[in-house]
Design a protein around this ligand. Structure first.
Ligand code: NAD
Length: 507
C-alpha cells in the first residue's frame, strides 16, 4: 500500500495495478515514502473523469467569482498547512527549508490568489466594433478550453504544480497533473488536503504520480485532452510537442535555459557579485532561469572575481532542513554526477575551476556526500565552450569576459536558450538599454530570480513557447469566440448575401 494516494474523480486511490515506487530524501539517502505508480490505465481513467467533469459538471458553468472563492480556499489551505508542506518539499527535493518555507509554499499560495483575482477581473465577454455593417452587434466570449493536462519537473515541484493547476481551474477548465517521479509528495499531499476539505467537485482535479514515458505521454497525446502545459527539459518538451500535434492541442512549454547575467563596468561590485552568486547557486543551480553565464566587463574582471570567489567559499553546504544551509543536496546522486561530468569537461575545455569542482570535502554525519556538490566557478570561459552552451542544472558557473555593451549583448544572445538574464549596473538607463537587446523572456536589473505570479514568465527560442503567470498566463487557458449578431431577424444587411434567395437587402 502506498503512503499517499492518487486523486482521480474526487477519490483518493491506489494505482490500478497496485504498483508503488519509493521516494527518497537525497540528503541522507533515506526512503521517505512509497507512492502509487500510476500507469496508462490510471491516466486514461483520470482523463475520462476530467472530460465528464468538464462536459457535464458544474465547474465550467460557475461564475469567475465563484471559482475565485474556491481558489482562495485552496490558497488558505496551503497557508494553514505551510509547515508540513515546506518540510515535505525540502525532504523530497533536497531544496533548503529556507527556500521551501519562504519561496515555494507562499509562492504557490500566491499563484492561487493571483489567478483567483484573474477569474474575478478578466472579462468573459468583450464588446467589439460592428463588423461589415453598422447595425451588427459583435463581441468576443472567453471560454475555458476543457481538459488541461500538466507535466512538471522536479526542481520546483510545489510551485510548478500551482502554476499549472491555478490558472487552468480559475479559467473554468479541469486539470490532470503529473508531478516528476523524484518529487511527487507535495502534489499528492495537496490533492489529499483539497479532497478532504471537499473544495472541488469530482473530476475537476486529478493528480497522478507515475513515469513520464507512460503517464506523461498519455497526458500529452490523449484525444480527450484539450491543452498540455509542460515544464521540463527542452528534449522532453520536443517530445510533448510531437505528441500533442496528433490532435493539434495547444501547448505551453517552459524549458531549459543558460541565462546570462551581465556585469557592466559601472556596477557596484559588492552588489553585483552577490547578485551573480545568488543568480547561480540558489537551489544548487537547479533553476531553469539560473544565471549560469556571468558576463563580466574586463575593466573590473579581476576585482569582481576576487569578491565572487571569496563569497562562494562562504556558502554553507549541509542538511536541507537546517535553516542556515545555503546549498542542500542536489535532487539525487545522478544530478551531482552530471555536475561532476561537466566539471571534468570544463577542466579539459578551459582548465581548472577557480573554486569548487568536487563533492564537498566533509559533511555532517549521516549526509550522503555523493548527492552534494561544491559551488564551482570557471573563469575566462569562451562562450563557445560546451560548459557555457549546455544546461548543467547544478552549481556550476561560467564567467565570460567582455569589453563593450555590444559584445556583452552578442554573447548573451549566442545561445539556443532565452529564458532569463540579468544586468548589474549603477546606470539604470544603460542597463535598460542592454536589457532591451537581450533575446530572453525576463531580465532582472540589479537583482535576480524575482518571479511573481502577476508578471509573465517564459522563454524565447528553445526555452519554450508561451508565457505562464500574469494575465497572459490566465488567458492561455481560454478560448476566444467571436459572435456576430445581425439584429434584423427578417433580412440581411450584408450585401455579400444572395439577394435573389434572401429577399430585399436592408439599406
Ligand atoms: P524532464 O524533462 O526530464 O521531466 C519533466 C517532466 O516530464 C517529468 O514529470 C517527467 O516524468 C516527464 N516526462 C519525461 N519523459 C516524458 C515523456 N516522454 N512524455 C511525457 N512526459 C515525460 O525535466 P526534469 O529533469 O524533471 O527538470 C529539469 C528541466 O526542467 C531542466 O531542463 C529545466 O531547465 C527545466 N525547467 C524549466 C522551467 C521553466 O519554467 N522554463 C522550470 C523548471 C524546470
Amino acid at each position: 500500500m502506498a503512503d499517499y494516494k492518487l486523486l482521480i474523480d474526487g477519490e483518493l486511490c491506489e494505482a490500478a495495478s497496485g504498483d508503488t515506487f519509493a521516494t527518497y530524501n537525497p540528503g541522507k539517502g533515506e526512503k521517505i515514502a512509497d507512492l502509487p505508480k500510476a500507469g496508462k490505465e490510471d491516466a486514461e481513467r483520470a482523463i475520462k473523469a476530467a472530460r465528464k467533469a468538464f462536459d457535464e459538471g458544474p465547474w465550467p458553468k460557475m461564475s469567475g467569482a465563484e471559482r475565485a472563492g474556491k481558489l482562495r480556499e485552496i490558497a488558505a489551505l496551503i497557508n494553514a498547512n505551510a509547515g508540513v508542506l515546506a518540510e515535505l518539499e525540502s525532504l523530497d527535493s533536497g531544496g533548503t527549508i529556507r527556500k521551501s518555507s519562504l519561496a515555494d509554499v507562499p509562492g504557490a499560495a500566491g499563484a492561487f490568489e493571483w489567478f483567483a483575482t484573474c477569474a474575478e477581473t478578466e472579462a468573459d465577454r468583450v464588446q467589439l466594433p460592428p463588423a461589415v455593417f453598422p447595425q451588427s452587434d459583435n463581441y468576443a466570449l472567453y471560454e475555458p478550453l476543457g481538459v488541461c493536462t500538466g507535466v512538471i519537473p522536479w526542481n520546483f515541484p510545489f510551485i510548478m504544480l500551482s502554476w499549472k493547476i491555478a490558472p487552468a481551474l480559475a479559467a473554468g477548465n479541469v486539470s490532470v497533473i503529473k508531478p516528476a517521479s523524484l518529487t511527487s509528495i507535495t502534489a499528492l499531499k495537496l490533492a489529499e488536503l483539497i479532497t478532504e476539505a471537499g473544495i472541488l467537485p469530482p473530476g475537476v482535479l486529478q493528480v497522478l504520480s507515475g513515469p513520464g514515458g507512460t503517464v506523461g505521454e498519455e497526458l500529452a497525446s490523449n484525444p480527450m485532452v484539450d491543452k498540455v502545459a509542460f515544464t521540463g527539459s527542452t528534449e522532453v518538451g520536443r517530445r510533448i510537442m510531437q505528441l500533442a500535434s496528433g490532435t493539434v492541442k495547444p501547448v505551453t512549454l517552459e524549458l531549459g535555459g543558460k541565462s546570462a547575467n551581465i556585469v557592466l563596468d559601472d556596477a557596484d561590485l559588492h552588489q553585483a557579485s552577490s547578485a551573480v552568486l545568488w543568480g547561480t547557486f540558489f537551489h544548487g543551480g537547479q533553476v531553469c532561469e539560473s544565471g549560469t553565464r556571468a558576463l563580466v566587463h574586463k575593466k573590473i574582471y579581476d576585482e569582481f572575481m576576487n569578491m565572487l570567489v571569496e563569497k562562494a567559499g562562504k556558502l554553507v553546504i549541509g542538511d536541507q532542513l537546517d535553516f542556515t544551509t545555503d546549498l542542500g543536496p542536489l535532487v539525487d546522486r545522478s544530478q551531482a554526477e552530471t555536475a561532476e561530468r561537466y566539471v571534468k569537461l570544463g577542466r579539459d575545455e578551459v582548465g581548472d575551476p577557480v573554486c569548487g569542482g568536487d563533492y564537498p570535502a566533509a559533511l555532517a554525519e549521516g549526509l550522503d556526500r555523493q548527492a552534494f556538490f561544491q559551488p564551482t566557478i570557471f573563469s575566462n570561459v569562451p562562450n563557445s565552450a560546451k560548459i557555457a552552451q549546455e544546461e548543467i542544472f547544478g552549481p556550476v558557473l561560467c564567467v565570460i569576459p567582455f569589453e563593450s555593451d555590444d559584445e556583452a549583448v552578442a554573447i548573451a544572445n549566442d545561445s539556443i536558450y532565452g529564458l532569463a538574464g540579468g544586468v548589474q549596473s549603477s546606470n539604470l538607463e544603460r542597463a535598460q538599454a542592454v536589457a532591451a537587446r537581450m533575446r530572453t523572456g525576463t531580465v532582472w536589473i540589479n537583482d535576480y530570480h524575482m518571479i511573481s505570479p502577476d508578471k509573465p514568465f517564459g522563454g524565447y527560442k528553445q526555452s519554450g513557447i508561451g508565457r505562464e503567470l500574469g494575465t497572459y498566463g490566465y488567458n492561455i487557458y481560454r478560448q476566444v469566440k467571436h459572435v456576430h449578431v445581425n439584429p434584423e431577424t427578417s433580412g440581411f444587411a450584408n450585401h455579400l448575401q444572395y439577394s435573389a434567395l434572401n429577399g430585399d437587402l436592408i439599406a
